[in-house]
Every structure is written in structure tokens, then in C-alpha cells.
Design a protein around this ligand. Sequence first.
Ligand code: NI
Length: 179
Amino acid sequence: MALLDILVYPDPRLRKQARPIETVDQSVRQLVKDMAQTMYAAPGIGLAATQVNVTKRVVVIDISETHDQLQVFINPVISSFGETIESEEGCLSVPGIIEPVARFSQANVTALDSDGMPIELHTEGLLAICIQHEVDHLDGKVFVDYLSQLKRDRIRKRLVRESHSERPTSCDKENAPVI
Ligand code: NI
């Protein structure tokens, strides 16, 4: 297994459109393992392949408190619905930034698991938010895109500045999910 480098906003590679996986083979399973290890080490509760510079439609999520309930979504297709809920989100590609984002409260998901078997599930709450956030990544979208231009500019400047310094990113909102 290997820890993968996570791209940081405003890296233009985060804008790439990920391609579907044609065959869930050993290389895909290895990617899933490496992504899971990278997500747990970060630590975060979700990671899309786009964030580790792999343009394939692969997502890993673990929203459990025990960090042992890995969920793998290959070629996820979602239909989001329900009421709009606003909650604070963070992202491993936007370190140290937590901002409120409006999402749908529920999402139906179809995907393949790491054995290539079709899965279908109904999600709500945090898992629904997570899957919407990750599928956005696969489509080249980052959560800061939902914020105002002013906020986005401020975040971009801060992250560019921090990329040139050794100072670790600090965040005062430790409880928000980092996806
Ligand atoms: Ni993210």
C-alpha cells in the first residue's frame, strides 16, 4: 500500500473530468486500497480519485467513528433529492477551510463495489452529503465553487500563500467533516 499525494486547491488538475472504470481489476483494487489508506491517514472521511491525480471514477468513504466501515463506489451515479440542508464542510484538497454548503438531504446511489458487483443504496444525512461532495470531485468541481466569489478568492490566496510556507494549516472548526 502507498500513501498518495493529495492535490490542493487551486491546482488545475482538480478540474479534470474523471472517466468511468471499464473493468474492476487488480489495479483498480490497488487504487482503492491506496486511496483508503491516504484518506485514513489524512485524516478525512471521503476521497475521490481526482484528488490524488487519478482521473477515474472511484470514491472511498468512511463516515464511521471507528474508521473501519469503508465504502467503495466505482462509477457512482447519484440522484439527489429531498430538502436542501446547509451544513459545514471541509475538503482534504482545501486544507484548513470549513464553510457552510447547501446540499440535498438524500441521494440514491448506484455504483460498483471493489469486487465489481453492482450496488444500489439510499443515503441520507452525512453519507448523502459526502457522496454528493465526492461525485462533484469526479466532475471537476470543488466545494468552494458553491461559495461567493469573494470567499473563493480569499481561500485561493490563503492556500497559495500557505503552499509556499512550512507553516502547518490550522483550523478552528475541528468537528466539521473533511471530505
Ligand atoms: Ni473533498
